[in-house]
Design a protein around this ligand. Sequence first.
Ligand SMILES: [Zn+2]
Length: 501
Amino acid sequence: MGPYQPEERLIHTSVAGFAKVNSSIRYGLRAMTLRLYNTLTRTKEEFVPLQGRRVKMFVCGITPYDHTHVGHARTYVSFDVVARYLTHRGYSLFYLQNVTDVDDRILNRAPEVKVPWDELGDVYLADYLKIMEALNVTSVNLYAKATDYIPEIIEQVEALVNGGYGYQVDGDVFYQVSKFQDFGKLSGVKLEELRSGARVEVDKRKRDPQDFALWKAKKPGEPSWESPWGPGRPGWHIEDTAISIANFGPQYDIHGAGSDLIFPHHEAEIAQAEPFTGAKPFVKYWMHTGFVVIKGERMGKSLGNIIPVKDLLEKYDPDVLRFFLVYTQYRSPIDFTYESLEEAQRAYGRIRDALDRARAEMPDAKERKGAGDKELREAISTASQDFFGAMDDDFNTREALAALFRLTGVFNTALDRGLSVGSLQEFLDTFETQSGILGLFRKPVGAVTDLVEGLVGLLIRMREDARRSKDYETSDWIRQELAQLGVELQDTSKGPKWRLS
Ligand SMILES: [Zn+2]
């Protein structure tokens, strides 16, 4: 199946999805361009993929040696939204993420916890994937482990050594940064300034303090692979270029990660890839997420202030945590406090309540016109324009959510005036499309099935019968039993309503 255009989708949309067709038409006519901030050029640029409508995106993955924390979740939820939006816009996306499954941090931690290094990696990779699933991160096409790409890594190191970019010392291979004229073009870091500052502990065997390891000689007790330089293992930066070039070829569209990886990691990637392939630029758009800040400091394992996602999920719905993360545009820092998380939970609840109300009203809604229809339809049209306008402006999820909030407000007043089935459905469809792009407001786990709906309806009718024959003992008993099961009954002027409490 080739890449498809949004217009093609219209043809396949069923009549039931009429509202979606409408918003797509509006959207198509406006012919908005998607703009994103490129760290490489330090400007917002129009997004034009290298090859038609195919998009290749690589995001730096985890080093599985400890629990996934909120800083990770922020980055991966952000790129999941990017992926969902690109797909919604009709791009055919391949989203690749690496897994650094052999690394100093794993090899140091393994003996501390008395677990073989590869088992440690497997445990924390599984932990990470479980958390990604809970957070509804579903867009990654391939998680590629570094240890599965050793031949490609060796091939690249060898080519860099042969080209004069790498040099060997005692089984280690270093990259000579002074050989690469463009070193610093992504980060703006100047080599001369680094040399004068004594920031780096100097390994005397390096020609320049900024030279970095392409290949590391085996130390006692470490895992190793055979290479032209003796047994050893890959340096950190080379695994990304080996994995991305093996899967994507010499150039690709988007490279994403947290901002902490711009220097030296991403600078090193460019320095490896461009001389290796001869193609420039290695990556067209570099996207970096802002930090999660806690008490004024970046959340990071090395800073000792991380909050594991699993701890938050004991208390908060994963959908609420995702909402909290998406509530800030991906490049802005998130100041993490429990108060702001509680605030997000309340804001989330306001939208969730409106959606629940809309679904609950459906069976009683008017077949034809409702007094609030016009107002709601206008608000839906405005909200769609605002939502897509915000997403087209460097994935501004904060503004996109603001549009959904405004729509929710209008919905609540329009509903009090009365809504028809058609406009309720249009409201729900709009929400489904737009919250689907943000990966939010999934139906709750254990959502009401038709069977549950039917059975609860049956019990309510039995209770009504009991009340009519003044058998209040039975009617109260049914109400209490339902409450015990989490079904909350409300007697309204239009008859009894229920919802899950
Ligand atoms: Zn990386």
